[in-house]
Design a protein around this ligand. Sequence first.
Ligand SMILES: [Zn+2]
Length: 201
Amino acid sequence: MGDACHIDAPTAQRDRRVLYVVLAINFAMFALEIWQGLSADSTALIADSMDFLSDAFSYGITLYVLTRPLRVRATASLIKAVLMLLLAGGAFYQGIHNLVNEQVPHFITMGWVGLLALIANVISAMLLYRTRGRDSNMHSVWLCSRNDAIANIAIIVAALFVYLSHSLWPDLIVALIITWLEGSSALKIIAHAKKELKDAH
Ligand SMILES: [Zn+2]
């Protein structure tokens, strides 16, 4: 999640291959979560797609941009953070829509997508551990996976509470927490990138 999901430049060809696989998993999960989140009226799923997009971008930056000049790297980070904030806006819009129309999200979709997201994050973590686990990145991979898994479990629990209570609130509360965490890390990334762009001049 956010800043913790960051990998240093891969050295071996094998490391690059793993990063391509993890990038594909995270991007596919981003697409699935935003699509299913919108069709199931789940604010939490839309909010969680911020994390998959952010992580996919981080792996992409590691693969393609990390060896480029500072200006290019800062711009890539800026694009990532702005896209995250756009998704936060989408989650916010969905939340308002649900409140105004008293729209209860589809809990079955929340449940299976949340579970699939958890599996995707566990697989990504295992793949990254195998290659990056030797060095100092291990701690970062651990933090990133742990936070992401907690968010996924929160969505599964929220789905259960939506089912039990027929209320839109469990989905909204989890979405608020995820959006807060991801949104504040996006703002931090923007501040950092802006400073880097200024220094690059
Ligand atoms: Zn993450």
